[in-house]
Write a protein that binds this ligand. Structure first.
Ligand SMILES: [Mg+2]
Length: 259
């Protein structure tokens, strides 16, 4: 297990690994400090497309953890760079929050509500009927339907909230088209992450709390995985999955003290 400390790169999920909502997971700030003190390359990944890296940086700063804006990678950024590789500088109709809109702008896309190449859907708290109606019309007119991630639900202070997959569903049903989803468990996001930190797969560790997103994405991109039990997946859930993580830890900070 000492080998987990000797990796060069760490790709780390956030919710359930670093924090739950606005509360830090035990030892999370020691773990991040350890990454910094030991000159590790690291990237914090989130499937949520709502917040931009700047907003995520601020959120962690409020909880006492200071890392650079470049240390975050969201499904919105992964979606924007996927689309830029496919079809750069075209118009998109985006249904989402600042994290998605900024990522699309940064990648060279412009907003087109009339004849866009893509309808891109992310997490949104201002989702309404007119937006779904327009998205349906645009998709029926030939726009390709893209979702930033396939999470059905996400956590909030109030409990469970519908996430991207649930918001895309009405558009899929009304158009009889299937969306393509970019975030985890699509291994594309892990491959982008590896390129960003500039590490080889062999020298990298993925840390996540979900078997069905983090761990499967790690397995499918052939990167060593550590499941932490500080979030969604519990030890008794492991038997329900036809695959297993390489390591199981109570929390990310356990890496610092492993023998
Ligand atoms: Mg998580």
């Amino acid at each position: 297990m000492k080998s987990l400390r000797e990796k060069t790169g760490y790709i780390c999920d956030m919710d359930g690994v670093i924090y739950h909502g606005d509360r830090l997971v035990e030892g999370a700030s020691d773990f991040v400090q350890w990454l910094k003190d030991n000159g590790k390359k690291f990237l914090f990944l989130t499937n949520s497309s709502a917040k931009s890296p700047k907003e995520l940086r601020q959120k962690l700063a409020r909880m006492g953890i200071d890392v650079a804006t470049e240390s975050f990678y969201t499904s919105a950024q992964a979606t924007a760079s996927f689309l830029a590789e496919q079809n750069p500088n075209v118009g998109v109709y985006a249904l989402g929050e600042s994290g998605l809109i900024n990522a699309l702008h940064d990648a060279g896309f412009y907003i087109d509500n009339v004849n866009p190449e893509y309808v891109v859907v992310g997490e949104s708290r201002t989702y309404n009927f007119e937006q779904i109606e327009l998205a349906v019309h645009l998709v029926l007119n030939g726009a390709k339907l893209i979702g930033t991630n396939s999470d059905l639900t996400g956590p909030s202070e109030k409990g469970i909230v519908p996430a991207c997959r649930a918001l895309v569903a009405p558009i899929e049903l009304a158009t009889d088209r299937k969306a393509y989803f970019i975030g985890k468990p699509n291994p594309l996001m892990m491959r982008h992450a590896i390129k960003r930190i500039g590490c080889q797969r062999k020298e990298t560790l993925i840390i996540g709390d979900r078997m069905d997103t983090d761990i499967i994405a790690g397995i499918e991109s052939e990167i060593e995985t550590a499941l932490v039990l500080s979030g969604i997946t519990k030890r008794e859930d492991l038997a329900l999955f036809p695959y297993r993580p390489d390591h199981i830890l109570e929390k990310a900070a356990d890496i610092i003290n492993l023998d």
